[in-house]
Ligand binder design. Structure first.
Ligand SMILES: C[S@@+](CC[C@H](N)C(=O)[O-])C[C@H]1O[C@@H](n2cnc3c(N)ncnc32)[C@H](O)[C@@H]1O
Ligand code: SF4
Ligand code: SF4
Length: 310
């Protein structure tokens, strides 16, 4: 029997959620992308062959009890066959793709396609012609194949103006919904993408809440989570350095590191992140669920500043 390289030792902890960067390669150069930041494992020279990766994913799944995995990159669909095989290992998974290689058919599983605004806003961020290519891929698929397709927009200080126009554009597409998340900056990020002061982001959160009221089924965000992201309380779910973040230490981040070995980064968004200005819906949603769980449990004190409005 063929011997494969064993995965690195990530301790004995249970990680119910993991992510894996299938490849560090990507055909796009999105302006906001965290993957290619300094200090992250991201060299395209570092790769793992298909069989070794599948072997290591199975071993890590067994050891850490992984129930859900994000298949990401780089662009995971550059290695489509590997994506399909890796997806089959896990009961639940989500492929996150730029959509330019077509969308995988994965009945019962989730595929998130990234677009960052209407065409005139998306293409300067993601590349010329990308919006039309992705739209074509979304419409070309069989809407009854059982794959759940979500379109995801990352809101930045630059593209937030296009939010409503984007929703109007995609609302009748054959998709299950739209995920809205916010830019995650690095600590020294003073670029046009980041909100220097989180108070300036609140207005955009209010607009997302309004859209949620208008399109409750389409917008995949809940109001309680969006309210935890508001500037007066956001730090309570993250901490200045991730010390309160529900994802830190609970998600196994399998980046492709030196010599094609998996490396577990500090955050799913890499090693250099400004938690005090974190915009990831996922972290706040996990915090929201935690707090809801605490509220239900009679043995625990009610969270003091939670505002769940509906
Ligand atoms: C890094 S990409 C990898 C998968 C694939 N290439 C894609 O673009 O969907 C995963 C998701 O992270 C988002 N993203 C990239 N940089 C980000 C940042 N700095 N803050 C928040 N989200 C970011 C992308 O827009 C995309 O939706
Ligand atoms: S397509 Fe994804 S991985 Fe590639 S540059 Fe854009 S955000 Fe980054
Ligand atoms: S997800 Fe957590 S660790 Fe990552 S930037 Fe946000 S708060 Fe920090």
């Amino acid at each position: 029997m063929q011997q494969y390289r064993e995965p690195p030792d990530f301790g004995d902890k249970t990680f119910r959620v993991a992510l894996v960067n299938i490849t560090n390669a990507c055909n796009l150069k999105c302006t906001h992308c965290f993957i290619y930041r300094d200090g992250n494992p991201n060299s395209t020279r570092d790769k793992m062959d298909d069989d070794t990766m599948l072997y290591q994913l199975k071993k890590l799944k067994e050891k850490h009890g992984i129930e859900f995995i994000y298949l990401m990159g780089g662009e995971p669909m550059i290695r489509e066959k590997l994506v399909m095989k890796a997806a089959a290992i896990f009961d639940s998974c989500q492929v996150v793709t730029n959509g330019t290689y077509g969308l995988p058919e994965l009945p019962g599983k989730l595929v998130t396609v990234s677009l960052d605004g209407p065409k005139e806003m998306n293409d300067p961020i993601r590349g010329d012609g990308v919006f039309d290519k992705v739209k074509e891929a979304v419409f070309a698929r069989d809407p009854h194949d059982g794959t759940e397709i979500i379109v995801q927009m990352v809101l930045t200080a630059e593209n937030q103006h296009g939010l409503e126009a984007f929703i109007e554009e995609v609302k009748d597409w054959p998709i299950s919904g739209v995920a809205l998340t916010f830019y995650v900056p690095t600590k020294d990020d003073d670029s046009y993408l980041a909100w220097e002061d989180l108070r300036n982001r609140d207005e955009v959160l209010h607009r997302v809440i309004t859209l949620k009221q208008k399109y409750p089924d389409l917008i995949k965000a809940n109001r309680g989570t969006l309210e935890l992201m508001m500037s007066d309380v956001a730090i309570e779910s993250t901490g200045e350095n991730g010390e309160k973040c529900p994802l830190v230490g609970n998600t196994l981040n399998l980046y492709m590191g030196d010599g094609g070995e998996f490396e577990n980064t500090f955050c799913c968004y890499g090693n250099d992140v400004d938690c005090g200005r974190c915009g990831t819906y996922l972290a706040f949603n996990a915090a929201y669920k935690q707090r809801c769980g605490e509220q239900k449990s009679p043995s625990k004190e009610k969270p003091k500043r939670l505002r769940i409005v509906g």
